[in-house]
Design a protein around this ligand. Structure first.
Ligand SMILES: Nc1ncnc2c1ncn2[C@@H]1O[C@H](COP(=O)(O)OP(=O)(O)OP(=O)(O)O)[C@@H](O)[C@H]1O
Ligand SMILES: O=C(O)C1=C[C@@H](O)[C@@H](O)[C@H](O)C1
Ligand SMILES: [Mg+2]
Length: 172
């Protein structure tokens, strides 16, 4: 029972799809942003505002080191977690990395009414998203299988991921 680790940009659907995937597989669901909020008793936005991005990345790395040895989890990662190669290395030990990919237009639509993502709290959302996607292209390319979710409902994305996991015999 390897962990299924969802990676991708903010708004690509990691939390939504991860939650549903975990239910379908009867795996435990872990959302790294949510876990960090529980452990620190602060919201992600508060951590950024009070302590800065470095501290948040530190919390992510600490959590990854705890999750890496576990099994049978669906892990929805924070959008920037795979920027650190050490995190990727650790998650790969017991995990299958699945990428969720979406166009800047889709991402902008899906993050627009959320004020919880400090890195997107800039004036020109589309420009910021495009720049960050370009900067992170290599970080997201570590996924062994990537689903483009532009035209998929969450459950359709779940079906495609399950089909892949079965085909590779990661699940029965
Ligand atoms: N396939 C989809 N079709 C339509 N809406 C979607 C789809 N997937 C997610 N959404 C919606 O888009 C928004 C962002 O999704 P979600 O929070 O799951 O993304 P995320 O990748 O976890 O983002 P973050 O990295 O910021 O945590 C949510 O409002 C969700 O309901
Ligand atoms: O892409 C990112 O760097 C982030 C994504 C979110 O999931 C949060 O982890 C946080 O807002 C940072
Ligand atoms: Mg999320």
């Amino acid at each position: 029972m390897k962990n299924i680790v969802l990676i991708g940009f903010m708004g690509s659907g990691k939390s939504t799809i991860g939650n549903r995937l975990a239910r379908r597989l009867r795996y435990q669901f872990v959302d790294t942003d949510y876990e960090i909020e529980q452990v620190t008793d602060l919201t992600v936005a508060q951590i950024f505002a009070k302590y800065g991005v470095k501290r948040f990345r530190g919390e992510e790395a600490l959590l990854v080191s705890k999750l890496a040895d576990r099994k049978g989890l669906v892990i929805a990662t924070g959008g920037g977690l795979v920027i650190k190669p050490e995190n990727v290395e650790q998650l790969k030990k017991n995990g299958i990395l699945i990428g969720l990919e979406a166009s800047p237009e889709t991402i902008c639509k899906r993050v627009r009414n959320k004020r919880t993502r400090p890195l997107l709290a800039r004036r020109n959302l589309q420009e910021t998203v495009e720049r960050m996607l370009e900067e992170r292209k290599d970080a997201y390319s570590v996924a062994e299988f990537t689903v483009n979710v532009d035209r998929l409902a969450p459950d359709q994305a779940v079906d495609i991921i399950i089909e892949y996991l079965k085909r590779r015999q990661y699940i029965l």
